[in-house]
Design a protein around this ligand. Structure first.
Ligand code: SAJ
Length: 423
């Protein structure tokens, strides 16, 4: 069986390796020649070592061929990005269309096309189906078309790729069965069959919307708790003793390339998204709340040295896409009274992140960031930060304000003389 994977990003490349490591002949297709060249010379560069090994094991072997243009295959998996276009308030499906245009001329009767990219409900049947039909010689009835969303969690991609349950939904029963057969051969989890492709597309969006909204209720409750003089996390732990309550962790907001975006796809063909949109606004607003906590501690932000620990969107990953920390640093610059006459920002922000190698901002070492700082803000729950010694932190800092947006600190931080404001 031959499998083509279109789009060799953080989902496509691991997926290509999954099939190549399981006896399939795989064509990894990507329209960017420099990406293919980098893969050929340097191998995979995920921040997950086991995943890199897994990909590198098949790169350059007969199991995984890299191609710039689509070739004939029994299966075509579409794993291209579907960014949200905030101006049009709609998903940007141009990469999905382009992939389908490329596949169409190579499609043979009985072949199967599976969309894995996150898309608004209806996209597989309508946009992809029509594009395939229009750009090739085949009628819809002669090939199989299905949706099967990826659900891997950055940080544990390899385990989740093999272990997670999958949902498949085809535009007809034959397509569902064909997609099911493919994944049943490589994943250990169960395969759940959706009645159609749109239901599977909706289910994927519902998962991330559910998580985003649940984080929003945790964030809102955390703010309310603080209004009542209650420390949120211990209160949440108590509430969670109830068998049907499971509050998530409050924090500085929600980042990554899925949760902040996927809920918005649901609003594309529906007006009933008030709660969903509000949850997004609550989560996006958390960076301002963290800034308020900081300002409360320092009195004023002007001329202050602020160490920001963590730029990644969540703990123990290097990914900074849509990271609340990045937005938080921007909000410090947005504060009108803080913008110096030369346009520069008069808050001295020192960002430190042991996982992030490059970012749009200068990165500081841990000790340099803390030296003489007036405040320390925890924006990401990296393991390195929980191991910090509060006594050493207190010695290095000038003033003693700590804003802990991730619940990393305990009593010993107070005992070290630090003024901790905790979410
Ligand atoms: N976060 C909180 N509080 C929590 C949990 C998370 O503030 O209690 C924040 C994180 O710090 C982060 C954001 O939410 O900024 C998202 O992190 P995450 O670990 O919840 O999820 P992602 O975005 O890394 O991956 C999600 C997962 N979806 C679900 O858990 C429903 C993953 O399984 C999906 O495959 C992925 O989106 C995707 O690609 O759609």
């Amino acid at each position: 069986t031959t499998v083509s994977v279109h789009g060799l990003g953080y989902v496509g490349l691991p997926t290509a390796a999954l099939f190549a490591n399981n006896g399939y002949t795989v064509y990894g297709v990507d329209t960017q020649p420099d990406k293919l060249e980098r893969l050929r010379t340097d191998g995979a560069d995920f921040r997950e070592a086991a995943l890199n090994d897994y990909v590198d094991r098949v790169l350059g072997t007969d199991a995984l061929h890299l191609r710039e243009h689509p070739v004939e295959s029994d299966y075509h998996l579409i794993c291209v990005p579907t960014p949200f276009d905030h101006d049009r308030e709609a998903a940007d499906l141009s990469y999905v269309r382009a992939a389908a245009e490329g596949i169409a001329p190579k499609l043979r009767p009985g072949d199967t096309v599976v969309v894995e990219s996150t898309v608004p409900p209806g996209t597989t049947a309508n946009v992809v189906g029509e594009t395939l039909e229009r750009n090739g010689d085949l009628l819809r009835e002669t090939f199989n078309l299905a949706f099967c969303p990826e659900t891997v969690l950055p940080g544990s991609i390899l385990e989740e790729l093999r272990g997670n349950d999958r949902i498949v939904g085809g535009i007809d029963d034959e397509a569902t069965a064909a997609a099911r057969d493919l994944f049943a051969g490589v994943v250990d989890g169960d395969i759940h069959t959706a009645p159609d492709a749109a239901t599977a597309e909706f289910a994927k969006l519902a998962q991330n919307t559910h998580r985003d909204a649940n984080i929003a209720i945790a964030n809102e409750l955390a703010k309310v708790a603080r209004d009542h003089g209650v420390v949120p996390r211990p209160a949440f732990d108590l509430a969670n003793e109830h068998p049907r309550v499971d509050l998530l962790h409050p924090g500085p907001g929600v980042g990554g390339h899925c949760l902040p975006v996927d809920p918005l796809y649901l609003g594309q063909h529906s007006d009933h998204v008030a709660l969903i949109e509000h949850a997004r606004a609550v989560n996006d607003g958390m960076v301002y709340y963290v800034r308020d906590l900081l300002e409360e501690g320092l009195g004023s932000l002007a001329e202050k040295r602020v160490a920001v620990f963590g730029l990644a969107y969540k703990g123990n990953v290097a990914d900074t896409r849509n990271s609340p920390a990045t937005r938080f640093v921007e909000t410090l610059g947005e504060t009108p009274e803080l913008v110096a006459t030369d346009g520069g920002n008069v808050v001295d922000v020192r960002v430190h992140d042991p996982h992030v190698a490059e970012a749009g901002v200068d990165l500081w070492s841990q000790s340099a960031a803390l030296e003489g700082a007036d405040a320390l803000v925890f924006m990401t729950d990296h393991d390195e930060f929980t191991e910090l010694d509060p006594e050493t932190v207190a010695e290095r800092m000038d003033d003693n304000v700590v804003v802990d947006a991730r619940g990393l600190t305990d009593e010993s931080w107070h005992e070290a003389g630090l003024d901790v404001r905790r979410l």
